[in-house]
Design a protein. Structure first.
Lengths: 309, 287
C-alpha cells in the first residue's frame, strides 16, 4: 500500500514537469509583447526606453529555457509571478479563488453522490418499474443538457420567477445553492446510470445466485457484496467526472458570478492578464492530478488485487 | 430488415428478439440522425426571416405566429437564427470529431504497430492530456489565441484525439499478434499495406462506435466555449453564442436563451441515444 502510493507519487513528477512546460509555452506563444501588455494594462504612457526597461525587469530578454527554469523555481518558492493588471503577486488571488471553487466542487460532488447512488441501486433492484423508467428518462436528459442551460433554467425559475435566491452569488451561502445544483444535476445523472449498470451486472454474477441458494438474506447480499463490488466502477466515474466538474465550474462560476478560479480565469482572459490565466490553469490541472492520485489509492483500498499488478 | 420480417418470431430466442428490436431502433435513430444532418444543411436556406436583419420596432417580441421563437434584443427572428445556426453548431462538431478520429487513429495505429521509443513518449503524452481538465485547457488556449471557431476547435482538439489514439493502439497491439498478420507478412506485403488493408479494417468498427459516443460531448464542449465568448463571434448565428448573447435579457426575453439552448439539448440527446444504441448493438455482436 505504502509502496504503491510512493510509486504513484514519483510518477507524478514527469507529469507535473510536462504540464508546467506546456503551460509556460502557451504563454510564451501568445501573440503580443508581455511588457507592452503590462504597461498598457497599467495605463502607463509607453515609450521605447520604458518598454526596454520593463522587458529587462521582467526578464524577457533571457532565452526561453532560462525563463522557464526561473519560473519553475519561482513557483517552487510560492512565487507565481505578478499580475499585469495591478502588479500584485498572483498566488494570494489564486488561493483565495481556489477556496471558493473547492467549496463549490465538494458541495456538488457530495450532493450528486448522496442523491445518485441510492437512486442507482434502487432502480437496479426495481428494474423496469415505473420509478426506474422515470429516473432513467431524467438521467438521460440531465446527461445531454449543456451546463449553461441548467443554470440559466434554475436562475430563471428561482431568481426571476420565484425570487427565492439572489441572481449574483458573490460567494454567499445562499448563493451557493444554485451553482451547486447546476453542477450536481449532470453529474448525478452520470453517477446514477453508472451505479445502475454496475449493480445490474453484479446481480447477474454467479456468486449472487449461489448466495441466494444458500439462503443468505437479500439485504446482506446487496450491501455486503454487490455494493462493494460495484464500488470500483462508481469511483472511476466519480473521478472522471471531477475532470468535467472542474471544466464546468468555469461556465457556472461565470454565470452566477461565483468568485472561484473559473471566473477569475475568464475575467483575466478578457483583461488579457495572462499570467493569472497561466497560474489558474496550473492550479486546476494540479488539483486534477491530485484527484487522480487519490482515485488510484482508493482503488487499492477497495480491491487489494490492484496493488499486485 | 426485409429478411428479418420473414423469420417466425416465435422460434427466436429471447436474446435474438432483443437484438432484432435493438437493430430496428438503431436503424430508426440512424434515420433521424441523417434527417437532422440533412435538415441542418438545408435549414439556413429555409429561414422565414433574414437571421441578421434587425428590426428596432420589434425588439424582444414574445413568441407569436409570426415569430415562432420570438425576437431577440435587436429584433432579429430567433427561429431563423436557430435554423441558420444549426449548420455551424452541428457541422463544427462533426468536423472536430472526424479530425480527432483520423489523427488519433493514425497515431494510435502507428504506436501500437511499431512500439518502442516513440510509442512510449506518445503514450505518456496521452496519459498526461487525459488526466487534465479538458475544458480548462481549451478555455486557456482559446482565450489566449483569441476567440474564433477555428481556435475553439483547435483548443478542444488538443485533448480530444487522445482517447482515439489509446483505443486504436490497444486494438492494433491485439491484432498484430494474430496469425493472419504473420501470413500476410510472409507474402511479402509492406508495413503500409498491412496497416491499411489488414489492421485498419479490423479496428474501424469499434473506433466508429467510440466516435458516435463522442459526438454529444464534443457538441457540449464547443457550445460551452461559444457560450463563454471564446467560439463563434457574436453577429454570426451559432447556438452557444446565441445563448451567451441572450443571457443579459433572461428576465425580459427568456426565449432568446431557451430556444437555442433547447436546440443543443435536443441535438445532443439524439446523438447520445444513437451512440448508445450503436454501442449496445456492437457489444451484442461481440458476445
Amino acid at each position: 500500500m505504502l509502496k504503491f502510493t510512493i510509486r504513484r507519487i514519483i510518477n507524478l513528477i514527469p507529469v507535473l514537469l510536462i504540464l508546467t512546460f506546456g503551460v509556460f509555452t502557451l504563454l510564451y506563444l501568445t501573440p503580443g509583447d508581455p511588457a507592452l501588455m503590462k504597461l498598457t494594462a497599467q495605463g502607463t504612457a509607453v515609450t521605447d526606453e520604458l518598454l526596454e526597461l520593463e522587458r529587462e525587469r521582467m526578464g524577457l530578454n533571457q532565452p526561453f529555457l532560462t525563463r522557464y527554469i526561473n519560473w519553475i523555481l519561482g513557483i517552487l518558492h510560492g512565487n507565481f509571478g505578478n499580475s499585469y493588471a495591478d502588479d500584485m503577486p498572483i498566488l494570494p488571488k489564486l488561493l483565495d479563488a481556489l477556496g471558493y471553487t473547492m467549496v463549490l466542487a465538494i458541495a456538488s460532488t457530495v450532493v450528486s453522490v448522496v442523491v445518485a447512488i441510492p437512486l442507482g441501486v434502487l432502480t437496479a433492484i426495481k428494474k423496469d418499474s415505473i420509478l426506474d423508467n422515470i429516473v432513467r428518462v431524467f438521467a438521460f436528459i440531465g446527461n445531454a443538457m449543456p451546463n449553461f442551460l441548467i443554470s440559466l433554467l434554475l436562475m430563471y425559475l428561482f431568481c426571476i420567477q420565484l425570487r427565492i435566491f439572489p441572481v449574483i452569488a458573490k460567494g454567499s451561502v445562499q448563493g451557493l445553492f444554485l451553482p451547486t445544483l447546476s453542477l450536481a444535476i449532470p453529474m448525478a445523472s452520470k453517477f446514477m446510470r453508472q451505479t445502475r449498470a454496475d449493480v445490474l451486472s453484479q446481480l447477474d454474477e454467479e456468486y449472487v445466485i449461489g448466495m441466494h441458494a444458500r439462503g443468505v438474506k437479500e439485504r446482506t447480499i446487496l450491501f455486503k457484496n454487490v455494493l462493494h463490488n460495484a464500488l470500483g466502477g462508481v469511483i472511476t466515474i466519480v473521478s472522471l467526472q471531477i475532470r468535467v466538474l472542474i471544466g464546468g465550474s468555469i461556465v457556472i462560476e461565470t454565470i452566477f458570478r461565483w468568485p472561484g478560479i473559473g471566473s477569475l480565469m475568464m475575467d483575466s482572459i478578457s483583461a488579457r492578464d495572462y499570467p493569472v490565466v497561466q497560474g489558474a490553469v496550473l492550479i486546476l490541472a494540479t488539483l486534477q492530478v491530485l484527484v487522480n492520485l487519490a482515485t488510484d489509492i482508493s482503488y487499492c483500498i477497495i480491491d487489494k488485487r490492484i496493488e499486485l499488478e | 430488415m426485409a429478411e428479418s420480417k420473414k423469420i417466425d418470431k416465435s422460434k427466436l430466442s429471447k436474446k435474438q428478439l432483443k437484438k432484432l428490436r435493438l437493430k430496428r431502433k438503431t436503424y430508426i435513430l440512424g434515420g433521424i440522425v441523417a434527417l437532422l444532418l440533412i435538415a441542418s444543411l438545408i435549414a439556413p436556406m429555409l429561414t422565414p426571416w433574414d437571421p441578421y436583419a434587425t428590426d428596432p420596432l420589434n425588439m424582444r417580441a414574445a413568441p407569436s405566429a409570426e415569430h415562432i421563437f420570438g425576437t431577440d434584443y435587436l429584433g432579429r427572428d430567433v427561429f431563423s437564427r436557430v435554423l441558420s445556426g444549426a449548420r455551424t453548431s452541428i457541422f463544427a462538431t462533426l468536423v472536430l470529431v472526424i479530425i480527432s478520429f483520423v489523427i488519433g487513429s493514425a497515431i494510435g495505429i502507428i504506436c501500437g504497430y511499431y512500439g518502442g521509443f516513440v510509442d512510449n513518449i506518445l503514450m505518456r503524452i496521452t496519459d498526461i492530456l487525459l488526466s487534465l481538465p479538458q475544458l480548462v485547457l481549451a478555455v486557456a488556449v482559446a482565450g489566449m489565441m483569441g476567440g474564433s471557431l477555428t481556435n475553439a476547435l483547435i483548443a478542444i482538439g488538443i485533448t480530444s484525439w487522445t482517447s482515439y489514439a489509446r483505443l486504436a493502439r490497444s486494438h492494433t497491439m491485439r491484432i498484430k499478434q494474430l496469425p493472419y498478420i504473420d501470413s500476410v507478412r510472409m507474402t511479402g506485403s509492406g508495413d503500409l499495406n498491412i496497416l491499411l488493408r489488414h489492421v485498419f479494417p479490423n479496428l474501424i468498427g469499434s473506433m466508429l462506435v467510440n466516435a458516435t459516443l463522442e459526438i454529444g460531448t464534443t457538441m457540449l464542449s464547443i457550445a460551452g466555449l461559444s457560450f463563454l465568448g471564446l467560439g463563434v463571434a457574436p453577429p454570426a448565428a451559432e447556438w452557444g453564442s446565441m445563448v451567451s448573447e441572450g443571457r443579459a435579457y433572461l428576465q425580459l426575453a427568456p426565449w432568446t436563451v431557451f430556444a437555442p439552448a433547447a436546440s443543443i439539448l435536443v441535438a445532443v440527446m439524439i446523438f447520445n441515444y444513437f451512440g448508445e444504441c450503436v454501442c449496445d448493438l456492437a457489444n451484442m455482436n461481440e458476445v
